[in-house]
Design a protein around this ligand. Structure first.
Ligand code: SF4
Ligand code: SF4
Length: 684
């Protein structure tokens, strides 16, 4: 057996609080072989980030390793002093987090920050350090390294910053790279590029990686083996292809069912009921029992469940894994929408922001209508204008030109505060981060009640209370939570409060701006289910703004694709995701993660979108378009194509004809995945 780069044995970590010490990770055993990528997956609070911090020796004053061993390259790390750990960090083990800005100094140029690493670890000259910084920038495929090295962090895009953070982590050639949700804040296209880069790094340098995340589809594209954590304990570990093909633990099965899939039929993800107990609130017996459809009283709730070896390199913590032979559970396909008349009409909407550096073209000449009872998804990368469009529709910002008609009434010149109450009530918004819009010092029930008072002012106190209880029932929140403060609720519960508040005025249109992107997949599925159910019951129109193509594919009736403020495509979801689509839509689809480790690699579209401060002439996508060469002359660079109808209700903005667009160019085909490395034994 190969000597692992990292081996954890019986690792138990606890944190001290005012109410005593609580375990965050218990009895965890794992190993990572040289060149292997191990995925550590679980919902928020499962303890996965605690594992990373323990390995980095960075648990803080409240954290402590209570038991177990943590060996890196055969050397025990548990109990080492800060001084002894320092040379191991960086040169031996490096970490890249979700937020690259946290690793960078905002007031120092990128080149100087990268050059600090070799000066610290190898004591090289200034010129050698600068040359090493240049090589590092090239290695992580940063475009135009000269410019990047001379830039400050705020001048780079999110994807570029994450590449800089990876370059910095790799400069000391660590044997182990810990990646803690490294792509969570990134667009799907940028994410695909980062995953491709990590695979190349592993291939070229044989770097071992611990990839921590909650998105199993993303992990399928990079991990050799996956370990699933639940409430601080390992519940299953297996080679990735086996885990995806035949998960053994009911929790792993539930996580996979909750995953929106870019491939397959149009059906919503299946939510996982309930929440994960905190380690100190675990029930007796199996911690997953309260959420498990296979739990048996008198068996699963008696004593802690041991971790069993289930096969070569496979472990599972379930008493019934041999008996469970369930068919894969999938949600019922969504029925075809029966949309009614247009309730929202947008015509020639334009919004530009004048800044000291020039004019930002946030929304350019956007026209569309949304119908009663339909889900219209608005998709595109960061900066495409989708959130500005939502703010304009909601009256939170004023357009420079164009019209917005809400149930026939023109509202573009009426900011939110000056719209009649009936119009305000008819259109409500659900935000990405409900914590930002809830008052932290008022009970959530009172906040929903205030919205009810606003929209149903003349009603009696008793009828308002009845409405409050109806709304809580509608979004499936126990009424007992009404008295709690926002901080006392989980992320999913807070989002449901946000939805309940948005529904206080019987909204005919719900504008949901990335409503689930900050949530775990299991909670995501539950919130989506709530939104779709509400839509079905009330025939509300759902404007679903998202960068998650898989989710959009599963739930949208129609899709509008935006790029640099313009609509590039709009049409029925079945057609937009079909063979006749805009090259940009295809690039987005190709970059979306597949929940299948044997699927081919995700091709990343070249580069980041250009700045909306200086959008390119002609077709806005021409600087990244893989099909530009098929259009004769400089047409793509010089002339903006019209948004032309290619089928009833389906319009595409491209100079290529529908017949040409239908053809799949050879370079769009997915490359086969690289063979996986042999792994050493995982959990013992
Ligand atoms: S031990 Fe019982 S409750 Fe726990 S996962 Fe297995 S079947 Fe479910
Ligand atoms: S107009 Fe040209 S650059 Fe734009 S999407 Fe079509 S082929 Fe690509």
């Amino acid at each position: 057996m190969t000597e692992p780069v990292l081996r954890l044995e019986g690792l138990t970590v606890s944190f001290g609080t005012r109410r005593g010490r609580f375990p965050a990770v218990e009895d965890l055993s794992l190993a990572i072989a040289p060149g292997e990528v191990l995925g550590l997956v679980g919902e928020s609070g499962s303890g996965k980030s605690t594992v990373a911090l323990a390995v980095m020796g960075d648990l803080g004053p409240a954290g402590r390793i209570d038991r177990g061993s943590l060996r890196f390259g055969g050397r025990e790390l548990a109990g080492l002093s800060e001084r002894a750990l320092r040379p191991i960090r960086g040169a031996g083990i490096a970490m890249v987090g979700q937020e690259p800005m946290a690793a960078l100094n905002p007031s120092m140029r990128i080149g100087a920050q990268l050059a600090e690493v070799p000066r610290l670890h190898a004591r090289v000259s200034r010129a050698e350090a600068r040359a090493a910084a240049w090589r590092a920038a090239e290695e992580v495929r940063l475009p135009d390294p000269e410019r990047i090295l001379d830039s400050y962090p705020h001048q780079l895009s999110g994807g570029q910053l994450q590449r800089v953070a990876i370059a910095m982590a790799l400069m000391a050639r660590p044997r182990l790279l810990i990646l803690d949700e490294p792509t969570t804040a990134l667009d799907v296209t940028v994410e695909a590029g980062i995953v491709e880069l990590l695979r190349e790094i592993r291939q070229e340098h044989g770097t071992s990686m611990l990839f921590i995340g909650h998105n199993l589809a993303l992990m399928a594209g990079i991990c050799d083996r996956i370990a699933v954590l639940y409430s601080g304990r390992l519940v299953e570990s297996a080679p990735a292809p086996r885990l995806f093909a035949s998960p053994r633990h009911p929790y792993t099965r539930a996580l996979l069912r909750a995953l929106p899939r870019i491939e397959g039929a149009r059906r919503p993800p299946v939510p996982l009921a309930g929440g994960q107990p905190l380690p100190h609130e675990r029930p007796q017996g199996c911690a997953f029992a309260p959420r498990c459809g296979h739990a048996q009283g008198g068996r699963c709730d008696v004593a802690p469940v041991p971790l069993e070896t289930a096969g070569p390199d496979e472990t599972v913590r379930c008493l019934r894994w041999r008996e469970i032979r369930e068919q894969p559970i999938v949600a019922e396909p969504l029925p075809e929408a029966r949309p009614g008349p247009a309730v929202l009409e947008v015509e020639g909407l334009t919004r530009r922001f004048r800044t000291a550096r020039g004019t930002v073209h946030a929304v350019e000449d956007v026209s569309f209508s949304a119908l009663e009872g339909e889900t219209l998804a608005i998709v595109g990368e960061s900066g495409c204008g989708k959130s500005t469009l939502a703010r304009l529709i909601m009256g939170l910002d004023r357009p420079d030109a164009g019209r917005i008609r809400l149930t026939g009434v023109e509202v573009q010149d009426r900011p939110a505060g000056r719209r009649p109450a009936a119009l305000t009530a008819a259109m409500q918004m659900v935000f990405q981060n409900p914590a930002d819009t809830l008052n932290p010092s008022a009970p959530v029930g009172r906040q929903v009640m205030r919205a009810l008072e606003l929209f149903q002012g003349a009603s009696s106190a008793a009828s308002l209370r009845t409405r409050l209880s109806e709304l809580f029932g509608l979004v499936r929140l126990p009424e007992s939570l009404a008295a709690r403060m926002p901080r006392q609720l989980s992320g999913g519960q807070r989002q449901r409060v946000g939805i309940a508040r948005a529904l206080a005025g019987d909204a005919a249109i719900l504008v949901a701006d990335e409503p689930v992107s900050a949530l775990d997949a299991s909670v995501q599925a539950a919130v989506i289910e709530t939104l779709l159910e509400l839509q079905r019951i009330r025939r509300a129109t759902l404007l679903f703004i998202s960068h998650d193509l898989a989710l959009v594919r599963q739930i949208a009736d129609r899709v509008m694709v935006m790029y640099l403020g313009r609509v590039l495509e709009i049409g029925p979801a079945t057609q937009v995701f079909g063979p006749l689509a805009h090259p940009y839509t295809r690039a987005l689809l190709a970059a979306a993660p597949r929940s299948d480790p044997t699927a081919a690699l995700r091709p990343a579209p070249a580069g980041d979108p250009p700045s909306a401060l200086d959008p390119p002439s002609g077709c806005p996508f021409h600087t990244r378009c893989p099909r530009r060469a098929e259009v004769p002359g400089r047409l793509c660079a010089d002339r903006l194509p019209p948004l032309a109808e290619v089928a009833p209700g389906h319009a595409i903005r491209c100079h290529l004809s529908p017949e040409e667009l239908r053809k799949q160019p050879p370079d769009e085909e997915r490359r086969p995945a690289a063979p996986l490395t042999p792994s050493c034994r995982g959990a013992s």
